[in-house]
Write a protein that binds this ligand. Structure first.
Ligand code: FES
Length: 131
């Protein structure tokens, strides 16, 4: 893949904004790592490492969805559509915002990368967030 004018030393050009429909998984290579890029809502992007830390499945083949929120007795409250990726192998779920597994005692966590939209291009930082 050749560099584009928006690609900088500290970020990778992931593609045109129009190529990132809300609620669909796209991938970009950052160094040697596949990174998932998702527009979770209009103008809201998340980027996380694309290999499941449990046993190594490619999360690009997983499903996006939401999650159940704490709610009152007899209530079911589903929310956060497109913000949770489910691994295709064993079904563990990862929150794209935190990188964590919302319903597990396991400490597996995805690396999160800053995402920006610059001049109609989606860019992903080469370095993951530290926290
Ligand atoms: S490899 Fe992803 S949950 Fe097991």
């Amino acid at each position: 893949m050749s560099a584009t004018p928006t690609e900088a030393a500290d970020a990778v050009d992931a593609g045109a904004l129009a190529d990132f429909p809300v609620g669909e998984i796209r991938t970009v290579t950052v160094g040697r790592m596949e990174v998932l890029v998702v527009q979770t809502a209009p103008g809201e992007f998340r980027a996380v490492s694309g290999v499941c830390p449990h046993k190594g499945a490619r999360l690009a083949f997983g499903d996006l969805g939401g999650t159940m929120l704490p709610s009152g007795q007899g209530e079911l409250c589903y929310a956060r559509e497109h913000e949770v990726v489910r691994c295709p192998w064993h079904g563990y779920e990862f929150d794209l915002e935190s990188g964590e597994m919302p319903f597990s005692d396991l400490s597996h966590k995805l690396r999160r990368f800053p995402v920006e939209v610059v001049d109609g291009r989606v860019t992903v930082a080469r370095r993951p967030r530290q926290s």
